[in-house]
Ligand binder design. Structure first.
Ligand SMILES: Nc1ncnc2c1ncn2[C@@H]1O[C@H](COP(=O)(O)OP(=O)(O)OP(=O)(O)O)[C@@H](O)[C@H]1O
Length: 253
């Protein structure tokens, strides 16, 4: 069986005459955690939305778990859980009912709801309305929604944005555990590089719509969580890292 979870070939997004992404080609392996980093407007959310089918690429092809083409991709996307950049929960519904509403919408078995609430640490407050939740609790509810249907991949757009240190740590531990226990492939977009440095196996660096570097955790030398920030700054500001690995802007150590 192929080790590739996601393959993108020549993905491009244009608005009128402006290219905001690509052409971008990359392959992501199953079971790894990928950090997606880049300046404001680099194209991270655009890429994520294209992967999720929420925005249509202008050019290029997507293969997800070996499936491509519109119909097959829609089926494959049922294996991908998505946490958008701002909370998508229904504030007037309880945590339980938020999950139930999604189960009904997507035709998914509701039996898994108690287990999922437990997984994200919301079992004790499952009957409380989402509007009474802290931001950290709402983000964990978003993650529970993303986990409905036992996805093989999670795509998380700034899941820790605005969270306090404890909330950030809880989210990180949760993602790590899901990756380790269920071999879920994870793509996380974040500006919090010190945090990402604690969780990702590999980093995809986007700048002005191009993939300018692809770094493994061993590229990020040293033990300090700030090492990724230092390396990122050197790539973006000075353009100094290794030599090109292959067309499309990948770099080797
Ligand atoms: N609907 C749209 N019409 C025109 N341009 C758009 C549209 N959506 C996004 N863009 C542009 O595409 C570029 C990439 O935006 P995107 O939101 O993907 O960046 P990002 O890396 O996620 O940024 P941030 O870190 O600020 O969230 C930006 O220049 C943005 O202005």
């Amino acid at each position: 069986m192929s080790a590739v979870a996601l393959s993108l070939t020549g993905i491009t997004k244009r608005y009128r005459n402006t290219t905001v992404l690509g052409p971008l080609s990359l392959e992501l392996e199953k079971g790894r955690i990928y950090g997606l980093i880049g300046e404001n407007g680099a194209g991270k959310s655009t890429l994520i939305r294209i992967i999720m089918g929420l925005s249509k690429q202008t050019d290029g092809d997507i293969e997800l778990f070996g499936r491509s083409g519109e119909g097959d991709l829609t089926l494959a996307r049922a294996n991908v859980g998505y946490v958008p950049d701002s909370s998508a929960s229904y504030p007037l519904l309880s945590a339980y009912d938020n999950l139930k509403a999604r189960c009904l919408e997507w035709g998914i078995d509701q039996n898994q709801i108690p287990r999922l609430l437990d997984t994200v640490g919301l079992a004790q407050v499952g009957t409380k309305k989402a509007r009474s939740f802290s931001l950290g609790m709402r983000r964990r509810l978003d993650l529970a929604v993303a986990l409905l249907g036992e996805p093989r991949m999670l795509v998380l757009d700034e899941p820790t944005n605005g969270l306090d240190p404890l909330g950030t740590m809880e989210m990180r531990n949760l993602i790590k555990r899901l990756n380790a226990d269920r071999d879920i492939t994870v793509i996380i977009s974040s500006h919090n590089l010190a945090e990402l440095n604690r969780i990702a196996d590999e980093y995809l660096v986007l700048s002005a719509g191009s993939l300018i570097a692809r770094l493994s955790s061993s590229d990020v030398r040293g033990d300090s969580p700030n090492d990724l920030e230092d390396l990122y700054a050197s790539i973006v500001l000075k353009g100094q890292i290794g030599t090109p690995r292959k067309p499309g802007g990948h770099y080797a150590r």
